[in-house]
Design a protein around this ligand. Structure first.
Ligand code: AGP
Length: 607
């Protein structure tokens, strides 16, 4: 959504703030700004555009050893210099940066205008600066707490006042905030990537908590000023994991490291000897797992598609009724929570508002909710009743790739575990363990064929519309392929269950609308070939992702992408990688910013 940073210590603050914002740019990047304090004055520098634009526009960065910064994904008010953060109060002595949405900002703004406050932006966030100003009496922490008590909505904020040099107050409710502890310096940020270059000692700020920092230390308390003791934790990632390491983009790096990330997702979780899976962190006994009669999965975007694959795996392997639902729909549907039902929420960032609020609604109704997350210590990971980390390493590119294959790896292990507790035989389990074990090597094989896919992307990147077709367990993969293409190349793309095109979408077929079919050699192969022929009969261009040696499919399609032959439940791993690469190369061909596509943010922490 947005990225916020704060620094206080002995260094020049501006370079630290800008470097932190650069690491957070994947969270939102339509404008950026910093505010630095020195000698009792605060200097704000902010612009539309990205961090590099801000650096370029301001050759002489303000000097000072404490400050705050922000990189924005607009929610209230257009993209403009005035709407960029930081925002100041009327006096210019108080400045704030905010990530989240203040739902009652209009009424608060009306009241403040009635008290002759002068606003300079259209944003909801600016209200916070004026609220703090209206109650400030020399104690910044207390004024921030009093102002926050009036807010409805979500916030991750950092605030400073020119009269209290070196002090920064941070607070969170619904939007992430992490404290980094250095030697004689303190960092605040939306996530740990902004501070990893300086410290690995962190404190995760929870909802309703306020943290006050100065170079010598920090204090955590609640809005009623009750002190709170926090644990200092160690960041598990290495700095090079958030660098590109020679790849042209984070997206190319993250697509390419999937053999390793899938391996990390399964490491220590596949048991060949017992032909089953092991997942720590479920916090459920074998008896409780055996009593599960249905599974419901809620997520957003790519994580939702992974949840759909997970539902197929659970039904196919463990014969447990399983349903994937959009988290944004679950939250407001007054969901029915049934006994013997296990709920999962899936979220790479662990901060997606739709998924977080769906989880809270389900828990409010008594559901047991497990999380499948990537970011350790993220809000969803901390609030669920248990769960599994996918260990895919930081995913920086806005378009999710390696998280998807790691999420379905976890679902595969969980489905195997549940299946082997039920009717699946040792032999069947052994075959599935073997098939999953082979996936990293097979994905690596597909990655060796990038040139073929790049050539194909170049051949089709002219298209304005694209259809992606899959069936069964590969239907969610078709949806994911369409999402990848549209979100980074801006080509309109839709995913369909292949049989469904007869019920309307086939009207779209013409020589200007290519279709991509996923055609594994599973029991639906002949049906999908029929669907492909229906498209060909209407002059539609067809790309087929099919098994090496499938001459029949190769003879019908205009172009093919070949994958190895595997067990039918394993194809999602092998089918999605060519689609990720296809979208990536189309976007490159069209000159798009593959890591930071327009209008998007990596973690959508607003509804
Ligand atoms: C994926 O390419 C998209 N950027 C987006 O759909 C993403 O998957 C969705 O916002 C969910 O994010 P999460 O996994 O962090 O919850």
């Amino acid at each position: 959504m947005c990225g916020i940073v704060g620094y206080t210590g002995a260094k020049l603050a501006a370079p630290v703030l800008l470097e932190g914002l650069r690491r957070l740019e994947y969270r939102g990047y339509d404008s950026a700004g910093i505010c630095v304090g020195r000698d009792g004055a605060l200097t704000i520098v902010k612009r539309t555009g990205k961090i590099k634009d801000l650096r370029g526009a301001v050759p002489d960065l303000p000097e000072g050893s404490y400050g705050i910064g922000h990189t924005r994904w607009a929610t209230h008010g257009g993209v403009s210099d005035a709407n960029a953060h930081p925002h100041a109060d009327c006096t210019g002595k108080i400045t704030i940066v905010h990530n989240g949405i203040i739902e009652n900002y209009a009424s608060l703004k009306e009241k403040l205008l009635g008290e002759d406050h002068v606003f300079r932006s259209e944003t909801d966030s600016e209200v916070i600066a004026h609220l703090v100003e209206s109650v400030y009496d020399g104690d910044l922490e207390r004024a921030v707490k009093e102002a926050l008590a009036l807010l409805k909505g979500t916030y991750g904020i950092v605030v400073m006042h020119s009269e209290v040099p070196g002090k920064i107050v941070g607070a969170r409710n619904g939007s992430p905030l992490v404290l980094g502890i250095g030697e004689g310096e303190m960092f605040l940020a939306s996530d740990v990537t902004a501070m990893m270059a300086y410290t690995k000692q962190v404190v995760y700020v929870e909802d309703g908590e306020v943290v006050t920092v100065d170079p010598g230390g920090f204090r955590t308390s609640d809005l009623k000023d009750n002190s709170i003791t926090k644990n200092v934790e160690q960041i598990g990632w290495e700095l090079e994991e958030i660098e590109k390491n020679g790849f042209a983009s984070f997206m190319e790096k993250e697509i390419s490291e999937q053999p390793e990330s899938i391996l990390r997702a399964m490491r220590g979780r596949l048991d060949a000897e017992q032909a089953t899976g092991h997942l720590g962190g479920l916090n459920l006994s074998s008896k409780e797992l055996l009593e599960i009669e249905r599974v419901k999965i809620a997520a957003a975007g790519t994580s939702y598609h992974a949840g759909m694959v997970g539902a197929y795996l659970l039904e196919a392997m463990a014969r447990i009724p399983a349903y994937a639902e959009l988290a944004s729909e679950v939250r407001y549907r007054n969901p029915i929570v049934e006994p013997q039902t296990l709920h999962f929420v899936v979220s790479q960032s662990g901060e997606t508002a739709d998924t977080l609020f769906a989880m809270r609604e389900l828990k409010r109704k008594g559901a047991t909710v497990l999380g499948i997350c990537n970011v350790v210590g993220s809000t969803i990971a901390r609030e669920t009743d248990g769960g599994v980390y996918i260990h895919s390493g930081p995913e920086i590119a806005v378009a999710s790739t390696k998280a998807f294959t790691s999420q379905i790896t976890v679902f595969y292990v969980f489905a195997l575990l549940m299946a082997r507790m039920r009717n699946m035989s040792f032999e069947e389990g052994s075959d599935l363990v073997r098939d999953l074990d082979a996936v990293p090597r097979l994905v690596a094989e597909i990655l060796e064929d990038k040139a073929t896919i790049q050539a194909l992307a170049r051949k089709y990147s002219w298209a304005k519309d694209f259809l992606f077709m899959g069936r069964g367990i590969n239907y969610p993969v078709a949806l994911e392929g369409a999402l990848k293409l549209k979100e980074i190349s801006y080509i309109h793309a839709e995913g369909y269950s292949a049989a469904e095109i007869k019920h309307g979408p086939i009207a779209l077929i013409n020589e200007r609308t290519p279709s991509l079919f996923l055609i594994p050699d599973d029991r639906l192969r002949d049906k999908i070939i029929s669907n492909m022929k229906e498209v060909k009969a209407r002059s539609g261009k067809v790309i087929a992702v099919c098994v090496r040696g499938d001459d029949e499919v190769a003879g019908i399609a205009d172009d093919v992408i070949l994958v190895p032959k595997v067990h039918e439940l394993v194809y999602p791993f092998l089918m999605v990688v060519p689609l990720q690469l296809f979208a990536y190369y189309c976007a490159l061909d069209l000159g798009r910013d593959v890591d930071q596509p327009r209008n998007l943010a990596k973690s959508v922490t607003v509804e």
